[in-house]
Design a protein around this ligand. Sequence first.
Ligand code: HEC
Length: 138
Amino acid sequence: MKRLLFVVGLGFAGLHAGGFNAPMQAYMQELTLEAKSVDGAFSGFDAKRGESLFTTKHIGKKGTEVSCTTCHTANLKNNGQNSNTNKSILPLAPSANAQRLTDVKEVQKWLRRNFNDVFAREGTAQEKGDVLSYIITQ
Ligand code: HEC
């Protein structure tokens, strides 16, 4: 079943860069419903808002200024570096790393941790959808 979903996902997204697989599309749909339930005027995710969320600095959970780019760099096709552990991080851009944004559980886990790192709170459905809409285009 997993494999079938994967094949269907590829068929839907095509083989060119960009586009979520079927499980990730279902996750984006969930986020859409949640965002709508919070804000009746919500009219869809926006990669531009996601980009500014990704690049803007905030006071993170350690009380210092951080952004998503602190670890992932501003060019998502490049390797990043974990500012906590100094370990290198493979590129976040799906065009440079085909594994990215393919596994819903992995994406949820890291968004939860990373929003906490940067915003000292969890992301809202709209923020998560916006930032994923940005990353998928990279
Ligand atoms: C303190 C360093 C750090 C910061 C800051 C950070 N990340 Fe990450 N991020 C990581 C690490 C480490 C991983 C997991 C290792 C890996 O997948 O290579 C990861 C993984 C991810 C993934 C998983 C992608 C996938 O499909 O494998 C996403 C999405 C992500 N980060 C988004 C973000 C966003 C959005 C922000 C800003 C809110 C952010 N990150 C800030 C370190 C960071």
